[in-house]
Design a protein around this ligand. Structure first.
Ligand SMILES: [Zn+2]
Length: 210
C-alpha cells in the first residue's frame, strides 16, 4: 500500500490517499479544500481508479471538497450521527469564514460500526470515537498497523469539544475505550498534525493518560 498525505485548507487538515498498486485502485480519507485537485495530481502518475471517499466526520474543514468527489461519481461514506453536518450545509454556516464554499454532500453508504469492512483488499475495523462531534469514526487497518482517526486525538493533543455536539467526558471515554485499546504499535494518522502512535499517546498525551 502506498500512502500519500497532504495538509490542506485554512485549518491545515490532512487528506490521506491510499493506493494499492496491485489492484490499480485507491481510496481517499477526508476531503479538505484542495483534496480533489491533490488526488488528480497524484493520479497522473500512476493512474488508478478511485474507489471511495471515506469521511472521518462531518466538520466543514474535512468535507469542503467532498461534493467534487460525489459529482465525479465516487461513492461517499460517513457515520449517520453526523448526517446533519454532511447533508445540511446551513448547520455549519455560522462557523465558516472567508470565501469558504461549503456545499452539502449526500452520503451513499452509512458506516456500520463493528461490521467488517474491506478497503483495497484489507479488512478494516470501523470504530465510533465520538466526543469531538457525534459521528467521528476511526478506520483500523490491523495488518498495516495503522488507523485513520479523524479529530479524536492528535500528536500530544485531543480534538476540541466546544463545537455543537462536542462533549469532553464522551471524548475521553472514546479515546480510552476505542483508541488506547488498539495495539500499542498502531500508527495514528490524525486529521491534523503529524503521525503518532498509540504507545506514544498513552505515555505522553497530556489530556488523556494511558
Ligand atoms: Zn473536526
Amino acid at each position: 500500500m502506498k500512502i500519500f498525505s497532504q495538509e490542506l485548507g485554512v485549518a491545515a487538515t490532512n487528506t490521506y490517499l491510499f493506493f494499492e498498486e496491485d489492484l490499480g485502485k485507491a481510496v481517499v480519507f477526508d476531503a479538505p479544500e484542495g483534496a480533489f485537485d491533490f488526488v488528480q495530481q497524484v493520479r497522473e502518475e500512476p493512474p488508478f481508479e478511485l474507489e471511495a471517499l471515506y469521511l472521518t466526520h462531518g466538520h466543514y474543514d474535512h468535507i469542503l471538497d467532498a461534493w467534487k468527489f460525489a459529482e465525479a461519481g465516487v461513492p461517499v461514506y460517513g457515520h449517520r450521527d453526523d448526517q446533519a453536518l454532511f447533508e445540511e450545509e446551513a448547520v455549519q454556516k455560522p462557523f465558516l469564514f472567508g470565501d469558504m464554499d461549503l456545499r452539502s454532500v449526500k452520503i451513499d453508504h452509512w458506516l456500520a460500526v463493528g461490521e467488517p469492512l474491506e478497503i483495497l483488499g484489507h479488512s478494516v475495523d470501523v470504530r465510533h470515537v465520538c466526543g469531538h462531534c457525534p459521528g467521528n469514526v476511526l478506520f483500523h487497518f490491523a495488518e498495516l498497523k495503522l488507523a485513520i482517526v479523524g479529530d479524536a486525538i492528535f500528536s500530544g493533543s485531543v480534538g476540541r469539544v466546544d463545537l455543537p455536539g462536542g462533549d469532553w467526558a464522551v471524548l475521553e471515554n472514546s479515546i480510552r475505550t476505542q483508541i488506547y485499546t488498539l495495539p500499542d504499535e498502531t500508527q495514528l494518522l490524525s486529521g491534523h498534525g503529524p503521525v503518532t502512535s498509540v504507545q506514544k499517546e498513552k505515555a505522553t498525551n497530556p489530556f488523556v493518560s494511558g
